[in-house]
Design a protein around this ligand. Structure first.
Ligand code: SF4
Length: 378
């Protein structure tokens, strides 16, 4: 089983908090870029070792900015390169203001069965402040349009800890999100990434950071509200109605190989991590000349151990003790159990009947420090 990710590095404008790789050059380079991605797919198809592609994910950037002929060309070209007959989940990321009736109608014939929308919050003044192009009411319209055209697997992204957000306004945003009954919700605490516009605004004192204790309270409210509404909290930042866990993202967390195509995309085959340049022209030039654009790094045994521990503890399935011991040996296992002991005693970590180490509800609030302790190189 494998996943294929395609990075679409185009946005209509830049949000103030964002440090993802994206550009505003869709008009000039969009068509060349799609051809470059398809050339890269041909070059690298063998990296999947004949595994069935189970998930396909177009992320960004803003994939919904791609004009429909380019989106169709991309989907058709990927279908010529990989056997997509076993794809269970084909997700496209979208901004709510791009979700027109024509866009929605184009998706099912391409095989798209899931849309993930960057909503962030339902507070219009904050949306404006952080440079988002949409409004809260556009989100509601977008969800209705998707459902009208039969796309009924919808994921939304939220951010808490945004400047100006209060416990009351966040609670209201969570309630408005729940009223839309999306199948999946991802929620992340805001981070001020160095060099972003928002980071500079904070440096100049133009925006005030929400205190950490308040962010934790927002997270608690989120977890409680979503669980009460029937969502499974299956990863620290991810919640789903039963049967709607993100299969693609789950493959990142459980060591399934994935191939990442496009500028700035990453791939992992279980041992080697490959990263494409976050530079549009360099990427296009290399892959259209028939050269792979990536740099690669073979993970050491201990780096793989760290990855297993970090990703495993973020999920509700936790870390499988037998597999950890089998794959990484006695020394790593002794380190893990020694470091786990005080966290178990404090009630932050528990061992399940089938011997998996899982963070407790209190442990989730302290996940960063617990994960650091259990990692080899934490
Ligand atoms: S739309 Fe997404 S990728 Fe583009 S700037 Fe905003 S947050 Fe970043």
């Amino acid at each position: 089983m494998a996943g294929v990710y395609v990075h679409i590095p185009f946005c209509a404008s830049r949000c103030s908090y964002c440090d993802f790789f994206s550009t505003l050059q869709l008009e000039q380079t969009g068509a060349d870029y799609v051809e470059a991605v398809l050339a890269e797919a041909q070059l690298r198809r063998e990296e999947l070792h004949g595994e069935t592609v189970r998930t396909l994910y177009l992320g960004g950037g803003t994939p919904s900015q791609l004009p429909l002929p380019l989106l169709s060309r991309l989907a058709a070209g990927l279908g010529e390169c990989f056997d997509l007959s076993g794809v269970e989940e084909f997700t496209v990321e979208a901004n709510p203001d791009d979700v027109t009736a024509a866009w929605c109608e184009a998706l099912p014939p391409l095989g798209v069965n899931r849309v993930s929308m960057g909503i962030q919050t339902f507070e219009d003044d904050i949306l404006r402040l952080i440079g988002r192009r949409h409004t809260a009411s556009q989100v509601e319209e977008a969800v209705a349009r998707l459902r009208d055209t039969g796309i009924d697997n919808i994921s939304i992204d939220l951010i808490y800890g945004l400047p100006g957000q209060t416990i009351t306004s966040w609670t209201d945003s969570v309630e408005r999100a729940l009223a839309l009954t999306p199948q999946h919700i991802s929620a992340y605490g805001l981070t001020y990434e160095e060099g972003t516009r928002l980071w500079w605004q904070r440096e100049r004192g133009e925006v005030t950071e929400v205190p950490e204790e308040q962010c934790l309270e927002m997270y608690r409210i989120l977890v409680q509200s979503l669980q009460r509404a029937g969502y499974e909290h299956y990863e620290i930042s991810n919640f789903a109605l039963p049967g709607y866990h993100s299969r693609h993202n789950s493959s990142y967390w459980n060591d399934t190989p994935y191939l990442g195509l496009g500028a700035g995309a990453h791939s992992y085959d279980g041992e080697v991590r490959r990263s494409n340049p976050a530079n549009l022209q360099e990427y296009i030039d290399k892959v259209t000349a028939g050269e792979p654009a990536f740099e690669q790094e073979e993970l050491t045994q201990m780096e793989r151990y760290d990855e297993r521990v970090m990703l495993g503890l973020r999920t509700a399935r936790g870390v499988d003790a037998d597999r950890l011991r089998h794959d990484f040996g006695e020394t790593a296992w002794q380190h893990f159990t020694r470091e786990a002991k005080p966290h178990i005693a404090a009630g932050h970590l528990r061992v399940t009947e089938d011997v998996r180490y899982v963070l407790t509800r209190d442990g989730i609030m302290l996940s960063d420090s617990i994960i650091r302790d259990l990692m080899w190189d934490g």
